[in-house]
Design a binder for this molecule. Structure first.
Ligand code: FES
Length: 353
């Protein structure tokens, strides 16, 4: 079994045969940022200081040849070849952050409703122990026996004592899982859920203004992060900037308006990206978020940024945020890749249902 050494902390963790470095880190409770888990986004890039590894198949745009020469690798696909692999990651204390995910935990659908013509909300309550998670994480939902592949869906609420999970599921064209959720699932039905996974999480030590950028159902993890921040009395400005195609795609506006009434530090902006004659008198912005950022937030040098949505949206937001002065280490992203499939830990690493 290989060992991964985290520098500068010097902590050492085990990496089982066949595991990627990312999986090994997550099994040990470390939150290495990642999005696609498929070598496509570059989010899990770190510098390897010592040792050999098999990088596997990754896209050049995610790991440029020059970066390879400098020793960088994508940890979602990297597997150690040497007994020790030292990577540059984490702070001096490198503390564990994630909860152990649960495997196929039993839940009941307590409510199901349409939020927009293409988005359904599911409310689920656990039959046994609640799933523990950080706001911003996701679960996986599917039905193996019925041939419905498990897909990742962000949890849209901060954790509640009753363990309720709220999911916002967009109907994907030709998407078997989302169509199954929209058309077949019903209130009272039992479901198996695994999770929570992902590292799109708020850092409790953040003490800067926060700007949350969301496209479509990218709003889900943003809502969980904002709810948790407001609930714990975060005092710096928090703004949600939500992009939808037309007015009929807006959802959760009422709850966010309520947050705005209750919290002087919370603000909400909504923009429509397509012409919508029905909304001509409504007070929404028009256009794409990356194009509107310079006018709305000319200086992002002091902000922490969270961006969630399709990869093109997230990438454009990151580029623009950096151009407006945002520091790379304070930009957190969650891109919904069509090929994204969570790599589940081995069965013995999951808490039983
Ligand atoms: S490239 Fe590793 S998470 Fe996307």
């Amino acid at each position: 079994m290989a060992r991964i050494i985290l520098q500068p902390s010097g902590k050492s963790i085990a990496c089982a045969a066949g595991d990627t470095v990312l999986t090994a880190l997550e099994k040990a409770g470390y939150a290495l940022p990642n999005n696609c888990r498929a070598g496509a986004c570059g989010e899990c890039k770190v510098r390897v200081l010592r040792g050999k590894f098999d990088q596997g198949m990754v896209l050049d745009m995610a790991l440029k040849p020059a970066e390879r020469r400098q020793g960088y690798g994508l940890m979602c696909m990297a597997k150690p070849l040497s007994e020790e692999l030292a990577i540059e990651w984490g702070t001096a204390d490198a503390r564990p952050k994630l909860f152990r995910p649960r495997d196929r935990a039993l839940f009941v659908i307590t409510d199901k409703r349409s939020l927009t013509p293409r988005v359904t909300e599911l409310r689920l309550r656990p039959v046994g122990q609640p799933i523990r998670y950080w706001p911003g994480q996701y679960i996986t939902l599917g039905d193996e026996e019925a041939g419905i592949a498990a897909k990742a869906y962000s949890i849209s609420n901060a954790s509640h004592p009753d363990g309720e999970l709220v999911l916002h599921i967009a109907r994907a064209d030709g998407g078997a899982t989302s169509n199954w959720i929209h058309d077949r699932l019903h209130v009272g039905q039992r479901l198996r859920i695994s999770g929570a996974f992902g590292t799109f999480i708020g850092d409790p030590s953040v003490d800067t203004p926060v700007l949350c950028l969301a496209a479509g159902t990218g709003l889900a993890p943003i809502l969980a992060l904002a709810e948790a921040a407001l609930r714990r009395g975060f005092s710096k400005p928090v703004t949600i900037f939500h992009s939808v195609k037309t007015a009929q795609d807006i959802y959760n506006e009422g709850v966010m308006a309520w947050w705005k009434s209750r919290h002087a530090n919370f603000d909400l902006l909504i923009t429509l990206t397509q012409p919508d004659p029905t909304a001509s008198s409504l007070p929404y912005l028009r256009g794409r978020i990356p194009d509107l950022l310079p006018q709305q937030f000319p200086d992002l040098s002091a902000h922490t940024i969270f961006a969630a949505g399709n990869p093109g949206f997230v990438e454009a937001c990151v580029t623009q945020a950096k151009a407006l002065g945002a520091a790379a280490e304070r930009i957190h992203t969650e891109g919904f890749f069509s090929q994204q499939q969570p790599v589940l830990p081995d069965a013995d690493q999951l808490l039983p249902a």
